[in-house]
Design a protein. Structure first.
Length: 223
């Protein structure tokens, strides 16, 4: 598939053919596309949990639904109508994947760089002592693993699209990440970044949400 075509035609797909599983070789090709993404100092701080078990997928979706439903109900009781409406929206926005044949949970691993030869917390602490230089290493290091995982996820969305699968990258489920950690038996060192349901789309006739025009999002710096 042509690159421009893949970039423009990929859509967030939220309904999948439940009876069409994704073959193992396609799952591996999608993950491999993720692995070719750039990452800070090439640390590749990612781990992709492939969830195929229908019960687990349904439990993940239900957990998201129930938690937003609970807040929505409580908020309504307190007269907080706007908050209740927001939570009702998030309830579906975060749980539509209940029947997806596959969910990939993209996780980050702690920043570990053999070149550093000391823990990143120590680097942050030590550079802070060099106040004159005004270099804030923490600003980079705290987010750098998540930025890297996100780049990998975009590659995966495009690869899945090129193979004929629909995906939807999600972060709403991350709002209940402790529950998801338990459901997935995640090791302590892993942190959830994105949840990506995928499958053969029920329909490919999904309207593309409009994009801001280039003139609106681009400007040339005037020195
Ligand atoms: C960081 C991020 C988080 C998102 N979280 C969700 C989500 O929780 N639920 C959902 O249905 N879509 C989610 N989306 C998908 C967006 O709604 C979608 O990308 C956007 O509306 C543009 O549509 P398109 O992907 O079809 O171009 C998310 C997208 C991004 C980039």
């Amino acid at each position: 598939m042509d690159l421009d075509e893949a970039i423009r035609q990929r859509r967030s797909i939220r309904k999948y053919r439940a009876d069409e599983p994704i073959p193992r070789e396609d799952i591996e090709a999608i993950i491999e596309a993720g692995c070719w993404a750039p990452s800070s100092t090439n640390i590749q701080p990612w781990c992709f949990i492939v969830v195929e078990d229908r019960e687990t997928i349904a439990s993940m979706a239900k957990a998201v639904y129930d938690r937003f439903q609970a807040i929505s109900k409580e908020a309504l009781g307190k007269g907080e109508k706007r908050l209740a409406a927001f939570c009702r929206f998030m309830r579906s926005y975060g749980s539509f994947f209940t029947d997806a044949p596959l969910v990939i949970v993209a996780c980050s691993k702690p920043y570990e760089n053999p070149v550093l030869k000391m823990p990143i917390a120590t680097v942050i602490e030590k550079t802070r002592q060099y106040r004159e230089a005004k270099v804030d290493v923490e600003l980079i290091m705290v987010d750098t693993v998540k930025k890297s995982v996100t780049m990998a996820v975009q590659n995966m969305l495009l690869k899945a699209h090129s193979l004929g699968y629909g995906t939807c990258v999600m972060d709403t489920p991350i709002a209940i990440k402790d529950t998801l950690r338990e459901l997935l038996h995640l090791e302590d060192e892993l942190d959830l970044v994105m949840v990506i349901p995928m499958g053969v789309p029920e329909s490919t006739e999904v309207k593309a949400p409009e994009r801001l025009p280039v003139e609106e999002v681009m400007r040339f710096h005037q020195p």
